[in-house]
Write a protein that binds this ligand. Structure first.
Ligand code: SAM
Length: 273
């Protein structure tokens, strides 16, 4: 008997898509903010998608989460103790920050469903939310940074792409407010999309960063489940601190800390345009 094959595809353009063969679709829900689907895939384990775009896959989430936390952690001018995560409803960024030894993490996620579903389907990643050092706030990160009086050593924008509820997270007004919530010598970092398929996201992040700081720094990583497999992150320029040792992750290491800032010419061209 021939079995039926099921596939989830994320469309990158009218002419290209990445397809995951799935064992099962575990859930599909439409929330006030977005559509969330969870699949059990053959090659990448469980997969979380929002509005048809991959957010997190069990088998490569470590790359994104290490890169959005470990690089900025070591780029801060002094050892960071506190962090604000905006988005990040899967708990992965908070988890890596706890592993780095941070003492206080405020995580502001707009959609409670992302948190609840991550607790149910990705308990190993979302367990960070049950740690007493992590304060989870369900709310809009844009509003949060415009109102908070607290200051942080790290601010991590672990958001969806710049459409829908995350659009304002790429605006100059947001970066201005966020920079006010940053301690001196601290790091503000955002995921800035696929340079190949989403150069507009990278440009927006760069512009926003430049409007609030004296410049920007972009670094890149290989992430197989994200569009083109090549991803960017953009942060404010910082001074440096003396690093005796650097933790090695499954992706991140000492060489990556330096090497990820070396950009291909086409990425430099986007950043210059
Ligand atoms: N790793 C992911 C990626 O780059 O594809 C991002 C993962 S995380 C699940 C993104 C989260 O940002 C989503 O759960 C979404 O609900 C949240 N988000 C979007 N806009 C937001 C906002 N304005 N405030 C707080 N959270 C927001």
């Amino acid at each position: 008997m021939k079995l039926i094959e099921n596939w989830f595809s994320e469309r990158y353009s009218d002419n290209l898509q990445l397809s995951f063969r799935v064992k099962d679709q575990l859930l599909s829900v439409k929330t006030d903010f977005q559509r969330i689907d969870i699949f059990d895939t053959y090659d990448f384990g469980k997969l979380l998608t929002i509005d048809g775009t991959v957010q997190m896959a069990e088998n490569d989430e470590y790359i994104y989460h290490e890169m959005i936390t470990m690089v900025p952690y070591y780029m801060a001018e002094k050892v960071p103790e506190s962090a604000l995560v905006i988005g990040g409803g899967d708990g992965g960024a908070a988890l890596r920050l706890l592993e780095l030894g941070l003492k206080r993490i405020v995580n502001v996620e707009i959609d409670n469903h992302v948190v609840e579903l991550s607790k149910r389907f990705f308990p190993e990643v979302s367990k960070s939310f049950s740690n007493s050092k992590v304060e989870l706030i369900i709310g809009d990160g844009i509003k949060y940074v415009s109102e908070t009086k607290e200051k942080f050593d790290m601010i991590i924008i672990d958001s969806t792409d710049p459409v829908g509820p995350a659009e304002g997270l790429f605006s100059p007004a947001f970066y201005k407010n966020a920079s006010r919530a940053l301690n001196k010598g601290g790091v503000l970092v955002t995921q800035s999309g696929s340079p190949f398929y989403q150069p507009f996201a990278l440009k927006k992040a760069k512009k926003g960063m430049e409007s609030a700081f004296s410049g920007f720094k972009t670094y890149v990583a290989f992430i197989p489940t994200y569009p083109s497999g090549f991803w960017s992150f953009t942060m404010n320029p910082t001074g440096s601190r003396k690093l005796d040792t650097v933790k090695t992750g499954k992706y991140f290491n000492k060489e990556i800390l330096e090497g990820s800032f070396k950009l291909p010419t086409f990425v430099n061209d986007i950043l210059r345009s």
